[in-house]
Design a protein around this ligand. Structure first.
Ligand SMILES: Nc1ncnc2c1ncn2[C@@H]1O[C@H](COP(=O)(O)OP(=O)(O)O)[C@@H](O)[C@H]1O
Ligand SMILES: Cc1ncsc1CCOP(=O)(O)O
Ligand SMILES: [Mg+2]
Length: 282
């Protein structure tokens, strides 16, 4: 293990902050739009464009930097980092480990989205290495959380076949391993860490009918974690933002093809007051 590996991620030294209210979410969105967090995305080829556009619409600044050496350099100046295993090519995997180590070294939150872990061998082995670097947030669907915890074989392709609440035990086990937050997405999202748990209600299932609904959520979670200064609160804010914005978009569209642009519009137009008023946390 190198010295770099041994440097604890920032969230391990951060004080556990209190519960998160809907009003807090409005404040976090205000901070995000003022700070325009620089989010480094090491993500899959399918969703790169949508992810970058979701971050821009939200008010953050994307940078898709995943080449070895550059990945290390950039993670030292980014506000947040996303590591997404959707199409984990060899060079990209090396860049991912560099970026995670560098983010930890400078106290920057990094998010792991272990797409289709459990179902495929290369990403499943790699996800174990990534978990050793203790992401501030693991963002995944229920089947990916269960598989990452080693208690299931994964979902159907990139989609979940398990319910969110059936992944609660696995999420708690992962949070104990990383010392961070685990966000389980689905009809009602579950966001938890060692001491806190929140369920985020609402949202439109149309978000599952456009590719990148979950993958872009990982990048937006990194942006909000940077703005909140608390990965748990940031993850709650990101999931609440997706619920509020996807509902607004669903009202204005006629199907997946018009939902995607309407969703980007809603990410841009949702105000801190909207978020505080419309988010449903329990
Ligand atoms: N049935 C549903 N109703 C409303 N929102 C949903 C539903 N299923 C998933 N979502 C939302 O869609 C987004 C992506 O979740 P999910 O499809 O679970 O992720 P992934 O694409 O990684 O499998 C999240 O914001 C989640 O809350
Ligand atoms: C279809 C597909 N294949 C590899 S990555 C990917 C995109 C998955 O996106 P999401 O996790 O947002 O559904
Ligand atoms: Mg996914």
């Amino acid at each position: 293990m190198s010295l770099m590996d041994s440097i604890a991620p920032s969230h391990l030294s951060m004080p556990v902050s209190g519960p998160v209210s809907a009003e807090d979410l409005g404040e976090i969105l205000t901070r995000l739009r003022a700070a325009q967090p620089l989010v480094q995305c090491l993500t899959n080829t399918v969703v790169t464009n949508f992810t970058a556009n979701a971050l821009l619409a939200l008010g953050a600044a994307p940078a898709m930097v995943d080449v070895p050496v550059e990945a290390d350099e950039f993670a030292r100046i980014a506000s947040g980092v996303l590591v997404n295993l959707g199409t984990p090519h060899g060079e990209q995997r090396a860049g991912m480990l560099e970026a995670a180590r560098a983010a930890n070294a400078v106290g920057t939150p990094w998010v792991l989205d272990p797409v289709a872990v459990g179902a495929l061998s290369v990403r499943t082995a790699f996800a174990g290495k990534a978990m050793e670097l203790r992401p501030a947030v693991v963002r995944a669907n229920a089947s990916e959380v269960i598989a990452l915890a080693g208690t299931g074989a994964g979902g159907r392709g990139v989609d979940a076949t398990d319910g969110v609440e059936s992944a609660r035990g696995a999420a708690l086990a992962l949070a104990a391993r990383t010392g961070g937050t685990v966000a389980v997405s689905g009809p009602v999202d579950l966001v938890l860490d060692a001491g806190r748990a929140v369920r985020v209600h609402g949202g439109s299932a149309l978000l599952t009918r456009v590719t990148g609904g979950g993958c872009s959520l990982g990048a937006v979670t990194a942006a909000f974690a940077a703005a909140a200064g608390d990965p748990f609160a940031g993850a709650v804010a990101a999931h609440a933002m997706y619920a509020v914005a996807s509902e607004a978009a669903a009202e204005r569209c006629s199907g997946p093809g018009t939902f995607a642009p309407a969703f980007l519009d809603a990410l841009a137009s949702t105000t801190p007051e909207d978020l505080a008023k419309k988010a449903v946390l329990r």
